[in-house]
Design a protein around this ligand. Structure first.
Ligand SMILES: [Zn+2]
Length: 678
C-alpha cells in the first residue's frame, strides 16, 4: 500500500481501521484494497449545469492533476463528475459520493458545491503518488456554515493574500469568508459616496497597529509621508467575490456599527454625538444622518457582495456619548426607551429592516442581543458561547466563534517560543476539541446551530506571513470541527494528518506554525503535581478574595495539584485584584522545606507580577512567624513571563500563610495557580 497515504488507527480491541490522509475526515470511508492511478491519459467528464461545469473544469485544469478533457463519456481511465437528483443517503447539498474502481473515479453530488468537495477529496488522495485508493467515500458536512474571518482593518492585507487563503479554505472545505472591513484602525472598502473613508480614514500613523494604538492614534491623508494602510477598491472586492464563488465560498462583508467607528467619526465627525473628531467610537443614534450614511454605505456594499448575510458588527459599544447627547436623548424619549441599551437595539433593528427590504439578512456579534434581538437576525457568538445559545433558545440561528476555541490571534504554543500575540493560549488540540453543540441541546435547537468560525483579529499580526502562521494549521482543526461527524474525530489521528498537511502547505508557499516542534502546554497544567498542601483547607481573607470571573474552580484551586497553563484565561489561574492573603491548614504540625507559588505577567490585559511576597507559618493559626519577605521590582514589558516566589529552608508548621501584594503604580490582576508546599 506504499504511497497511498494510509494510516492505521486502533480503537480499543477492534480491527485496525484504515483512514486516508484527508482533512476534514470524511463521514464514511470504505477501502477495498488496490488503487487507481491517474495519468496524463486520464479523461475528465463533467455532467453538470453549464455554470458549475465551467468552474469545475477550470479548477481541475489549474490543479496538479493533468487531465485530458473527454469529448464523450469515457468508459475507462476516467474521472467523472456527475451531478444528479439524489445521491444515496446524502442529505446535504454539499455532500458527495466518491467511488474509485480500477477503471476510474466517479464523484456524484446534487450540486456543483458537492462535486467541488468531492474534487478536494480526490486532490488530497492523489497529492503524493497520483493514486486513488479503491473504494467508496460517502461524505457530507456537519455544519452548513464553515467560516474564517480576516481582520483587514488593524493591518491591511491585499487582494493576492485573500485569494491565496481562499485556495486553502476551499481545499479544507470551508465555505464562508467573513472580512472585517472597517474598524478604528482603518476603513478598507471604497465607498463612492463617501471618499473621505478611503482617502483619509484608511490611512494612519504608526508602522504597525501597536505603535499607532500606543502612539498618537491619528489618521492621515492618503499619499502623505509615512501613511500606513490601504483599502480594497470596489473592483477588487468584486474580484474577491468572483474568485471565492469559483471556490464555492461566500464572502460576507462586515461594516461595524454602532461602535468601532473612530475612523468614520474622524472623517465625518457630524455623525458622532459630539461632532468632535477623535472623540468617540460610537455613531450618534439620535441623528438621522447616521442612518442616511449607514444605508448609503450598505447599498454600495450590497451591490458588490451578493451574500445572504451582511455583518454589521454591533460589538463593544461604550454607549457613553449617548447618555448626554441631546439627539440620542430625544430619540429615547420619542421611542419610549428606558435603557441606553435600547438605542443600540433601535439601530440594529432599523438596519435589519433595511437589509431585509433589500433581500438580505443581518448577522452581528452577540452584543446585538442587548436590548432585544432583531427579528430575523443571526448571532455570531464570541464572548463565550452564551450569546449563541441564547439566540438559539429564542429561535434564531447562531454561528459559534467563542474566544476560547476560535480566536486564532492567541498564542498557539508556549509564548516564549512564539512571536508576540494578544495573549491567551489556543493550541491545535484545543481548537480540535471544540464541539459547537452542547449536550443539553434538543434536536430542534441543534438545527439552529448554523456553524462555526475562526477569527483572525490582527492587532498583533502586522504581516501576511505572520497571519498565515497564525492560521495554519489551526484552521485545519476548525475545518474538521465544522465538517466532520463527532464519532469520526480523533486527535491523534488528526495530528498525524495535520503534520503531513503542514508539509504540503509549506511546499505550496504558506508560512505555517512548526507543528512537529510544538512545545505544548506548561508542565503541570495537564498532569497534576504532588505536594503537602493538596486537598487541604485554604482560608481566604475577605478583603483579598479572588475575583469570581477567575476563580479557577474555587477555594481549592490553589491546592489541587494543577498548575496554570500559558494563559491566565484557562481557568487554572486564580485572579486577585486586591493582593493575595491565604492560609493553608496542613491539619497537623508538618516538617516543610519550601513554599512557592508561580505568578504570570502579561501587561497588555493588566496582569502583573507581585511587588512583594511574604511567607509565614504558625502552629496555632493565630501567631505567625515570618519565614521570607521577597521584594520584587515589577517591570512593564511585552513578554508573557512566569516567575516563582517563595521560601525554602527547614521548618515545622501546621499553618502556612502566603501573601502577595500589587505594585500600585500598575494595579491590575495578580494571578496565582498553586501554593506548592514541600
Ligand atoms: Zn447622539
Amino acid at each position: 500500500m506504499a504511497g497511498l497515504l494510509l494510516s492505521l488507527t486502533f480503537t480499543g480491541c477492534e480491527q485496525p481501521k484504515e483512514t486516508l490522509s484527508i482533512i476534514p475526515v470524511p463521514l464514511n470511508t470504505e477501502i477495498v484494497g488496490g488503487a487507481f492511478a491517474v495519468n496524463e491519459q486520464t479523461q475528465l467528464w463533467i455532467d453538470a449545469p453549464e455554470a458549475d461545469k465551467k468552474i469545475l473544469q477550470e479548477y481541475l485544469a489549474a490543479s496538479p492533476l493533468k487531465l485530458s478533457v473527454a469529448t464523450e463519456r469515457p468508459t475507462d481511465n476516467f474521472i467523472l463528475l456527475n451531478q444528479t437528483e439524489g445521491v444515496g443517503d446524502i442529505k446535504s447539498q454539499e455532500g458527495y459520493v466518491l467511488t474509485a474502481t480500477k477503471n476510474g473515479v466517479e464523484i456524484q453530488a446534487t450540486s456543483g458545491a458537492g462535486l467541488f468537495y468531492g474534487v478536494q477529496t480526490l486532490l488530497q488522495m492523489t497529492k503524493e503518488a497520483n493514486k486513488v485508493a479503491l473504494g467508496t467515500i460517502t461524505d457530507e458536512p456537519r455544519f452548513e456554515y464553515r467560516g474564517m474571518m480576516l481582520d483587514v482593518s488593524r493591518h491591511f492585507f491585499g487582494l493576492d493574500f485573500v485569494k491565496k487563503q481562499i485556495d486553502a479554505m476551499a481545499y479544507y472545505k470551508l465555505n464562508r469568508l467573513h472580512i472585517h472591513l472597517t474598524d478604528a484602525a482603518g476603513w478598507r472598502i471604497e465607498i463612492k459616496k463617501y471618499p473621505r473613508l478611503t482617502n483619509f480614514a484608511a490611512w494612519r500613523t504608526g508602522k504597525n497597529w501597536k505603535e499607532w494604538w500606543n502612539g498618537d492614534k491619528k489618521y492621515v491623508e492618503e499619499g502623505s509621508e509615512g501613511a500606513v494602510g490601504g483599502y480594497f477598491t470596489q473592483d477588487q472586492c468584486r474580484e474577491i467575490v468572483e474568485y471565492a464563488k469559483k471556490h464555492y465560498i461566500t464572502v460576507i462583508p462586515e461594516i461595524e456599527m454602532p461602535s468601532h467607528s473612530e475612523e468614520v467619526l474622524t472623517a465625518y465627525p457630524e455623525l458622532s454625538c459630539t461632532h468632535v473628531p477623535y472623540k468617540q467610537a460610537d455613531f450618534c443614534v439620535g441623528n438621522e444622518k447616521t442612518f442616511e450614511f449607514l444605508e448609503n454605505v450598505l447599498l454600495e456594499v450590497m451591490e458588490i457582495f451578493p451574500s445572504e448575510y451582511i455583518h454589521v458588527g454591533g460589538d463593544e459599544a461604550s454607549k457613553k456619548s449617548w447618555e448626554t447627547c441631546p439627539l440620542c436623548q430625544a430619540r429615547m424619549k420619542k421611542e419610549g426607551m428606558k435603557e441606553i441599551d435600547e438605542l443600540q437595539s433601535y439601530l440594529i433593528h432599523r438596519v435589519e429592516k433595511f437589509l431585509n427590504e433589500h433581500g438580505r439578512n443581518l448577522l452581528g456579534w452577540d452584543e446585538i442581543l442587548e436590548g432585544g434581538l432583531a427579528p430575523n437576525a443571526t448571532v455570531m457568538s464570541w464572548r463565550g458561547v452564551e450569546g449563541g445559545l441564547k439566540a438559539i433558545e429564542g429561535g434564531h440561528r447562531a454561528i459559534m466563534s467563542p474566544g476560547g476555541f476560535c480566536y486564532f490571534d492567541s498564542y498557539q504554543d508556549a509564548p516564549h517560543t512564539q512571536p508576540e500575540a494578544i495573549g491567551g493560549y489556543l493550541p491545535l488540540k484545543k481548537v480540535y476539541s471544540y464541539d459547537p453543540i452542547p449536550e443539553t441541546f434538543t434536536p430542534e435547537q441543534a438545527k439552529l446551530m448554523y456553524g462555526v468560525q475562526a477569527n483572525l483579529w490582527a492587532e498583533y499580526i502586522p504581516t501576511p506571513e505572520h497571519l498565515e502562521y497564525m492560521i495554519y494549521p489551526r484552521i485545519l482543526a476548525l475545518a474538521e470541527v465544522a465538517w466532520s461527524a463527532v464519532p469520526n474525530k480523533d486527535y491523534d489521528d488528526f495530528h498525524a494528518r495535520a503534520l503531513k498537511a503542514v508539509d504540503e502547505l509549506r511546499a505550496k508557499g504558506y508560512n505555517t506554525f512548526d507543528l512537529k516542534n510544538e512545545v505544548g502546554n506548561r508542565p503541570g497544567a495537564d498532569k497534576p503535581i504532588e505536594h503537602l498542601g493538596i486537598g487541604k483547607k485554604v482560608v481566604y481573607v475577605d478583603s483579598t478574595q479572588y475575583y469570581k470571573g477567575y476563580a479557577a474552580g474555587g477555594d481549592d484551586a490553589l491546592v489541587n495539584g494543577i498548575l496554570g497553563g500559558w494563559s491566565y484565561t484557562d481557568q487554572l489561574w486564580q485572579g486577585f485584584l486586591n493582593g493575595v492573603d491565604v492560609t493553608i491548614d496542613l491539619e497537623k504540625e508538618t516538617p516543610i522545606k519550601s513554599v512557592n507559588a508561580d505568578f504570570m505577567q502579561i501587561c497588555g490585559p493588566g496582569v502583573f507580577m507581585p511587588k512583594q511576597v511574604i511567607v509565614s507559618i504558625s502552629n496555632d493559626g493565630k501567631e505567625f512567624t515570618e519565614l521570607a519577605k521577597v521584594d520584587h521590582q515589577v517591570v512593564k514589558d511585552d513578554a508573557v513571563t512566569f516567575k516563582t516566589f517563595g521560601w525554602s529552608g527547614e521548618a515545622n508548621a501546621r499553618y502556612v500563610r502566603y501573601q502577595a501584594s500589587h505594585d500600585e503604580q500598575f494595579g491590575g490582576f495578580l494571578f496565582v495557580d498553586e501554593i506548592v508546599i514541600k
